[in-house]
Design a protein. Structure first.
Length: 868
RNA sequence: GCGAGAGUGGCGGAAUUGGUAGACGCACUGGAUUUAGGUUCCAGCGCCGAAAGGCAUGUGGGUUCGAGUCCCUCCUUUCGCACCA
């Protein structure tokens, strides 16, 4: 056996052995129970980053653990290969996105292999391959047939200089990131998927999932199912004439119909038809509507902007009092939620209150606010609480539920409204005016309208050799792509040049892994592996990706393609890996990010970053704080250096011992060395033992206390590590437990034959316990401890119950809740005996100061607390 | 702005069900080994205090025999907000 730990020699050798034996190729049938664990597929941005290392190492550790526990385990891998960065790289370097993407995949695949992850590469897929995205197109058409896909207009960010649609990420403070031009909102036709049709099921089936509670809560809130009343505020005579829209009035939805008597005005979004009508005769309002068009469409921006509004001069009438209520345009009303119009009750809604104060509108309290005086001077949170109606005519004295019931009944009698369920969730707009994505399989014919591309003409292949120039999609400028004939009338027609949102690609790839090469979307192999037993990925995907994938799976089920209701039985949301972010405004008003290694960074005495200068020009760069490692912000850390200096096992060990997987971590490369030292120490321990000759592991025989304690610790540790890996998924504490146990082992003085047998047992089991995290080193060490056997064939070590039997238990003694002493009591001691022993303790006596105990609390196996 | 998290030594973190706060490491300090650097080994390491002991888990309050853990307040910070993936 080598006396030195040499990962660079061991790792390629072990990896070759795995490849030669096809060790990680999972059969599609087995007498063993299946365990399907998947990590969210990476975007091939160029290199792996630490987030990937964390993600796939967690998955890999679970793979090995479950395999040792007797499961048929599958861990696949693929590439989320469509998307914006490839187009940006193409523009920057003049290389077509296809070439750039394939090169990145090749490089990153090598890195994955160097990390030694137990990936079944026979199932690898890339979403930019026609074999994959043809099924996006095929399924899109099936959904269209079922009415689950439809077309309507949607609002996008428009850069008036580049004449192109911008992604939200490309809008910085309301301006285009390349041009610095003020962005405008623009309405364009887009395809939508009817996810709202599944809203109820998407909420209700969350309950049965093994997901973190906060993720389920986020999804519930996102879907935002609320029960309320939808009703019409009838137009007054003049407004009815002006609107002439076939409707009788302004439709609004409220969850607080109990406050209906407090309506003092109504508000509509700037994009609402009523606002447009009013603007025709009101230049000031028209100018305001133009102003509202400026800026991007991001909700965070809309919600934080200053609340502004203007009266429209149009009126509706209160459904009960028939009083005239003026309609205002408010920039805080969202066209995309509900009907784009709200009743305003400033007395009991904080936003309406602020708006009313700003514009001097009436505030009319109609709910008793806890018996206290209502003051319109300043908003109080209690104004929003449910209570008993006052100042509300016939509804006075009713409380929340009764008031809503009464109001809904009266509205219904008038034919103006009724109770309704409302969702915050909106349908999923999937059209993107971009090049690098799945072409939408629709032909636009002047005569026949939108016509589906027939199935036998799928896939509509995306040309992969175009280079975009930043001014719109190159597909729309490539006649050889868009010129076609109508499948129906065979006249000249034009293909839809939009592509699909990349969330489409990631909504079902985990099912395609199971059946590579299938001549259909999925086949019976998917029924064997689905659903996923564990899905692992970043917390940033808690809502959108996970919700879309759940919807897609349910749609596949309803089309007979899947037999599951939910794709992800269990979910592990890994925390983000963070790093410092540095940027600078460009001359044009755009933004340029800098990688930390390109900068000289200054810090204060506490080590807090203050600022930085760029090495390339010596000019200052601003510090933007801490944030997720990302390609676009250029603050990622490449694990390659670590792999080359210390080996993959050290990198794996380091990320797993650093923190629990669900925590965010701020990157620091200072303690990597310690991980390497530990592996070297482990190697030396095994080497020292093996050089003296291996022996059969301890089976039976008399042991002294030192050896009994060591075996006790070992078998406790086996239990704990299994619990940490399998249930808690907290790998840092598993590693700490093994280190503790090995610290006890290295303190062992005994060198007798029976001690050597115990040493053999300890080392074998320690190697097995660590093998999910450091499989290369563990493989090499195992073949030294058990020549002729392979680590991958070993089951999880068994716990010897007899090693866990203890004669005495250590208890803590407290006086008035403060720690005052320790006590060793026989395991069989009764409560009374324990109390007596505690009272007899010398230090305890001292703190009792002769007083009589009022109460003695005994927590079996833990502590005694004496209260005086 | 709204939704969901997080905050414990110089640093990463542990404390799993309300029961010994700081496990296990990193860094640091002292010592041994070494020609030297590195390695390895031993010891120390929350704060105050000579000690006894006291104080301490972002802030301020509360519940409890007992609170890092539960409740309320405020502060800081991360993630998401529908076209980054």
């Amino acid at each position: 056996m080598e006396s030195q730990y040499q990962p660079r020699a061991i790792e390629p050798q072990v990896q070759k052995q795995w490849a030669d034996t096809r060790a990680f190729v999972a059969p599609d049938a087995s007498p063993k129970p299946k365990y399907y664990c998947v990590s969210m597929l990476p975007y091939p941005s160029g290199k792996l980053h630490m987030g990937h290392v964390r993600n796939y190492t967690i998955n890999d550790a679970l793979y090995h653990f479950m395999r040792m526990k007797g499961f048929n385990v599958l861990m696949p891998m693929g590439w989320d290969a469509f998307g914006l960065p490839a187009e940006n790289a193409a523009m920057a370097n003049g290389v077509p996105p296809g070439q750039w993407t394939r090169d990145n995949i090749a490089y990153m695949k090598k890195q994955c292999q160097a990390m030694g992850w137990a990936i079944d590469w026979t199932r690898e897929l890339a979403t930019c391959s026609p074999d994959y995205y043809r099924w996006n197109q095929w399924f899109f058409l099936r959904l269209w047939e079922k009415g689950l896909v439809y077309k309507k207009t949607g609002t996008v960010n428009w850069d008036p200089v580049d004449m192109t649609v911008l992604a939200n990420e490309q809008v910085i403070d309301g301006r285009g990131w390349r041009t610095g031009a003020v962005v405008e909102k623009r309405e364009i036709p887009m395809w939508y998927m009817r996810i709202t049709q599944y809203a109820d099921e998407l909420v209700d089936s969350l309950d049965g999932l093994g997901w973190p509670e906060q993720v389920k809560q986020m999804q519930r809130n996102w879907i935002g199912r609320s029960y309320g009343v939808e009703f019409t505020l009838p137009y007054d005579e003049m407004t009815a004439k002006r609107m002439n829209d076939g409707k009788q009035g302004l439709v609004v939805f409220t969850t607080r119909a109990d406050t209906i008597m407090g309506i003092t005005f109504a508000a509509v979004a700037a994009e609402h038809p009523l606002a447009a009508e009013a603007a025709k005769t009101n230049p000031k309002l028209a100018a305001f509507l133009e102003e509202c068009k400026l800026g991007g469409v991001q909700e965070a921006d809309l919600a934080t902007q200053e609340k502004k509004g203007l009266p429209t001069g149009l009126f509706v009438t209160h459904p009960f009092t028939k009083e005239k209520v003026e309609v205002w345009v408010g920039n805080y009303v969202l066209m995309s939620y509900g009907s784009g119009a709200v009743m305003a009750v400033p007395g009991h809604d904080e936003r309406d209150f602020a708006f009313a104060k700003q514009y001097g509108l009436e505030i009319k309290p109609v709910i008793d606010v806890g018996g206290q005086q209502y003051s319109t001077d300043a908003w109080q949170p209690r104004y929003e609480q449910r209570g008993v109606n006052v100042n509300s005519g016939k509804y006075n004295g009713l409380s929340f539920d009764a008031a809503i019931d009464a109001v809904a009944k009266d509205l219904e009698a008038l034919g103006l409204g009724k109770k309704r369920v409302q969702y915050r969730l909106r349908d999923w707009g999937i059209s993107r005016q971009r090049y690098w994505g799945t072409p939408i399989p629709i032909v636009q014919c002047a005569r026949c309208g939108d016509v589906a591309v027939p199935d036998d003409q799928l896939p509509v292949v995306l040309p992969d050799n175009l280079v975009p120039d930043g001014s719109g999609s190159p597909l729309a400028k490539t006649p050889s792509f868009f010129e076609t004939r109508c499948p129906k009338c065979h006249g000249p027609a034009r293909r839809d040049t939009d592509t699909m949102d990349t969330f489409v690609d990631s909504s079902w790839y985990f099912l395609r892994y199971t059946c590579p090469g299938a001549p259909s979307m999925v086949d019976e192999r998917a029924q064997y592996w689905a659903p996923l037993d564990m899905y692992i990925g970043g917390i940033e995907h808690a809502i959108l990706h996970l919700l879309y994938a759940r919807f897609w799976t349910k749609a596949m089920r309803d089309l007979g393609l899947a037999k599951i209701d939910e794709p992800f039985t269990n979910l592990l949301t890994q925390g983000m890996v963070l790093n410092h972010i540095f940027s600078r405004r460009t001359d044009k008003g755009g933004i340029e990010y800098f990688a930390p290694e390109e900068l000289d960074i200054t810090a204060d005495e506490e080590g807090k970053v203050q600022g930085a200068t760029a090495r390339k020009d010596g000019k200052p760069v601003s510090y933007d704080g801490i944030g997720t490692m990302s390609k676009s912000k250029r603050n990622g850390v490449d694990p390659q250096d670590m792999i080359e200096r210390y080996g993959a096992d050290t990198a794996r060990f380091y990320v797993m011992q650093a923190s629990p997987p669900t925590d965010t971590v701020l990157w620091s490369d200072e303690s990597v060395e310690g991980s390497f030292k530990f592996l070297r120490r482990l190697w030396t321990m095994v080497h020292d033992h093996v050089s003296a000759g291996i022996v059969p592991r301890y089976a039976n025989g008399e042991l002294n206390k030192e050896l009994r304690d060591l075996r006790f610790k070992l078998h406790r540790t086996i239990d704990k590590v299994a619990d940490d890996y399998g249930r808690r998924m907290q790998f840092n504490t598993a590693i700490a437990a093994v280190r503790e146990m090995l610290n006890l082992y290295t303190d062992m003085k005994d060198r007798s034959p029976v001690a050597r047998a115990v040493a053999q047992e300890v080392l074998e089991d320690a190697v097995l316990l660590l093998s999910p995290i450091v499989p290369h080193a563990a493989s090499a060490l195992w073949s030294e401890l058990r020549p002729g056997t392979a680590l991958l064939e070993q089951p999880w070590p068994a716990v010897d119950a007899s090693a866990l039997v203890q004669d005495t238990i250590a208890l803590v003694v407290q006086v008035n809740g403060k720690l005052r002493g320790h006590l060793d009591v026989p395991a069989s001691a009764s409560r009374e005996q324990v109390e007596a022993m505690a009272l007899a303790d010398v230090t305890v006596q001292k703190f009792l100061e002769g007083k009589t105990p009022k109460k003695i609390i005994v927590v079996p196996g833990r502590l005694v607390n004496i209260v005086v």
